[in-house]
Design a protein around this ligand. Structure first.
Ligand code: TRP
Length: 336
């Protein structure tokens, strides 16, 4: 396809919530119409921190089910889990021998994730970004939808591609571009407009999970923190009302409007009117995803089959690219 090739990855984590859906998954679905799309459940990245084997399997199935239920079509996209395609780990090693310690030392996510006890972090956590570069470049992907927290890793991917090209072959790898989310608003906690909606928040009432029942969604929105003021007619007026702004942002993202358009419709109205409409929108979006997800999760063998089929297609693209890299580096090979 002339519009370039999109690659993105998602960690296998359980408890997917509205923030995951509006922040990433929804835009992945839309990109299928315009680009060749490759979506990967990054289980090799997951084990950079300790994982319980059974929970990892379940989480991989949950993410796969959620993506398919949300509209990722295993025929128009390639959907698979990373560990099934050996080229990811193989190219990551080659990149470990291209990337410099100095480049990785600047990665802010490693510093955050390793915390104070750096000596105890795995080597894998440190090398996480070279594996991410391998994910993208094993397919010569041109576009990568990423959140803010991953932009630095994408920059590093471009640096690795540039270095590899200048060492072994001009223009072998394209320099992948980020695709910035159309939903500008980050989805925040329903109880604290200053912190991100998160699966690890102790209170379940801070988030809408993608498997919440309709009644629970309504109740969570009813109990969401707001203020007594009516909705204003400009976005600026929401600047110091983070909880109100978050609900407006969620409504806008669900209905594919800008926040300004939502305010145009609701200015002067109180939350007594706005919240039930928001809850209806949420239920309209989430209930079909939840029901389809539950159906898919009841048949894990079918999910395995879909992921396996995806991995075969993925390997058909990445194998010749990684083989070519090995040849350029000077490895002797049998030609098989
Ligand atoms: N690091 C990404 C995250 O945590 C996931 C990821 C892995 C990824 N490989 C990728 C995203 C390649 C985009 C492209 O969100």
């Amino acid at each position: 396809m002339s519009n370039g090739r999109v690659f993105s990855g998602v960690q296998p984590t359980g408890n997917l919530h509205l923030g995951n859906y509006l922040g990433a998954i929804k835009s992945w679905v839309g990109l299928q119409q315009v680009h060749e799309t490759i979506y990967c459940i990054v289980d090799l990245h997951a084990i950079t921190v300790p994982q319980d084997p059974t929970a990892l399997k379940t989480a991989t199935h949950e993410v796969a089910a959620c993506l398919i239920a949300s509209g990722i079509d295993a025929h128009s996209s390639i959907l698979f889990n990373q560990s099934q395609v050996p080229q990811h780990a193989e190219l990551a090693w080659l990149f470990n021998c291209v990337a410099r310690l100095g480049w990785l030392n600047r990665m802010t996510q490693f510093k955050e994730k390793a915390g104070k006890n750096r000596e105890n972090a795995t080597v894998g956590l440190y090398a996480y970004p070279t594996l991410m570069a391998a994910d993208i470049l094993a397919y010569k992907a041109t576009h990568v939808p990423v959140g803010d927290d991953q932009k630095q890793h994408l920059e590093l991917t471009r640096d690795i591609a540039t270095a590899f090209n200048s060492m072994f072959g001009e223009d072998f790898f394209p320099l992948p571009e980020p695709i910035i989310q159309r939903t500008a608003a980050r989805i925040m906690s329903l109880r604290d407009g200053g912190s991100k909606m998160s699966k690890s928040d102790l209170s379940d009432f801070t988030r809408i999970n993608l498997n919440d029942e309709d009644d629970l969604i309504s109740l969570k929105i009813k109990k969401a923190k707001t203020d007594p003021e009516p909705l204003p007619d400009t976005l600026d007026a929401l600047e110091h009302r983070p909880e109100a702004r978050n609900l407006v942002g969620i409504y806008a993202a669900l209905t594919d409007q800008s926040e300004a358009e939502v305010l145009l419709e609701f200015s002067g109205e109180g939350f007594g009117k706005f919240k039930p409409l928001l809850a209806d929108c949420l239920i309209n979006t989430i209930s079909p995803i939840r029901d389809e997800m539950n159906k898919l999760l009841a048949d894990p063998l079918e999910l395995d089959r879909i992921l396996n089929e995806g991995s075969i297609k993925a390997e058909a693209i990445s194998e010749p690219i990684v083989s070519a890299c090995k040849g350029m580096i000077g490895f002797v090979h049998s030609g098989k």
